[in-house]
Design a binder for this molecule. Structure first.
Ligand code: PPE
Length: 305
C-alpha cells in the first residue's frame, strides 16, 4: 500500500494528502482520457537529492497532453517547479513522482466539452518495482495472451491512463499464472514491450530493442541506448520475434519504476545462463552510478533539489 505522506500538489497548490479528492463525475474516471508521468528522484552519494531526467519527463508529459488533446493549464516550468516542491514538502529524499492531468467534472458523455483540465502531482516512496531480488537475480516473464496496442487504436507515444487497461489485464493474467511480469506482442506478432517497461535483448555482444512504433518511448530506454553507445556496445532498434528473444543470451526490462531489471526466464525457457549477463550487469552498474551522481559524464541528467 502506498504510504500516505503530507501533501499532494493539486491544481496549483499543495494541499493536505487526504484532501486531494475528485468528484465521481470526473470525465477521465469514466472514459480514460487522462495522461500521466512516472519519475524517480534518487538520493545521491553526497547526500543531495536529484530527479532523474526531469526535463525529458515533463516534455513527454506535455507531448502526451498534446496527443490526447488536453490543454494544459500550467507551463512546463510550473510543473517542473511543482514536482520539486512536492518532494520537498513531503521531506522525500528519494521517491517516485506521479504527475497526472485529467478531465474534470462538467458534462457527461464521451464528448468532454469544456470540462476543466485538472493536474495533480503525487509523490511516494517506491523501492524496487519488482523487488530487490529482481534487480539482482532477474525475473520470470511470460507473454500475455493480450496483444499490445495497435498504433491506430491507442496512441502509444502518449502515457494515456486508458492505455493501461491493456497493461493491467496482461499483468494480472501472468501474475495469476505465477510469473512476475507480462510481455506483449504487437498486432503483427513481434515483441512489443512489458506491461510497464521496454524490453532489450543481447546476443553476441549486440544489444537489440524494439523500435518506437508500438511502444512508449521510454526515457530509461533512451538512457540505456546512450550509455551503451558511449561504451561502444552496438545497439540496434529493430523488430524481433518471440523465438529470437528465447534464444538471446541476455534480456532485460527498462523503466522508471523497473529501472534495469534482468529477465532470467521467458515462457518457461531459460535465457542464456538463467542469471543476469555481463552486459546487463554493466549497464545496471553504470545506470545506478549515474542516478547516484557518481558519473560526471551524465551529470546533465540530474536535476538537484
Ligand atoms: N512502457 C510502458 C508501457 C511503460 O508504462 C513504461 C513506464 C515504460 C515503457 C518505460 O518508460 P520510462 O519510464 O520512460 O523508462 N512505466 C511507468 C509506470 C509503472 C507503473 O506501474 O505505474 C514507470 O516506470 O514509471
Amino acid at each position: 500500500m502506498v504510504q500516505k505522506l503530507e501533501k499532494i500538489w493539486m491544481d496549483g497548490k499543495l494541499i493536505p494528502w487526504n484532501e486531494a479528492k475528485v468528484s465521481v463525475l470526473t470525465h477521465t474516471l469514466h472514459y480514460g482520457l487522462g495522461i500521466f508521468e512516472g519519475i524517480r528522484c534518487y538520493q545521491c552519494d553526497d547526500g543531495r537529492s536529484a530527479v532523474f531526467r526531469l526535463k525529458e519527463h515533463i516534455d513527454r508529459f506535455f507531448d502526451s497532453a498534446h496527443i490526447g488533446g488536453l490543454k494544459m493549464p500550467f507551463s512546463k516550468k510550473e510543473i517542473i517547479g511543482a514536482c520539486k516542491e512536492t518532494l520537498r514538502a513531503n521531506g522525500l529524499k528519494a521517491g517516485y513522482i506521479r504527475p497526472l492531468a485529467f478531465i474534470g467534472e462538467g458534462v457527461m458523455g464521451v464528448y468532454p466539452g469544456d470540462n476543466p483540465i485538472q493536474v495533480a502531482i503525487i509523490t511516494w516512496s517506491w523501492g524496487a518495482y519488482l523487488g530487490e531480488e529482481a534487480l539482482e537475480k532477474g525475473i520470470r516473464a511470460k507473454f500475455s495472451s493480450y496483444t499490445r496496442h495497435h498504433v491506430n487504436v491507442m496512441m502509444t507515444k502518449a502515457k494515456i491512463s486508458g492505455n493501461y487497461v491493456n497493461s493491467v489485464l496482461a499483468k494480472r493474467e501472468v501474475i495469476k499464472l505465477g510469473y512476475e511480469e507480462a510481455l506483449m506482442l504487437d498486432t503483427e506478432g513481434y515483441v512489443s514491450e512489458g506491461s510497464g517497461e521496454n524490453i532489450f535483448i543481447v546476443k553476441n555482444g549486440v544489444i537489440k530493442t524494439t523500435p518506437l512504433t508500438s511502444i512508449l518511448s521510454g526515457i530509461t530506454r533512451d538512457s540505456v541506448i546512450q550509455i551503451a553507445k558511449l561504451r561502444k556496445i552496438p545497439v540496434v532498434e529493430e523488430r524481433f520475434t518471440r523465438d529470437e528473444l528465447y534464444t538471446a543470451q541476455e534480456t532485460f526490462f527498462t523503466g522508471t519504476a523497473a529501472e534495469i531489471t534482468p529477465i532470467r526466464e521467458v515462457d518457461d525457457r531459460q535465457i542464456g545462463e538463467g542469471k543476469p549477463g555481463p552486459i546487463t550487469k554493466e549497464l545496471q552498474a553504470v545506470f545506478f552510478d549515474i542516478v547516484k551522481g557518481k558519473n560526471p559524464e551524465f551529470r546533465e541528467w540530474l536535476d538537484y533539489l
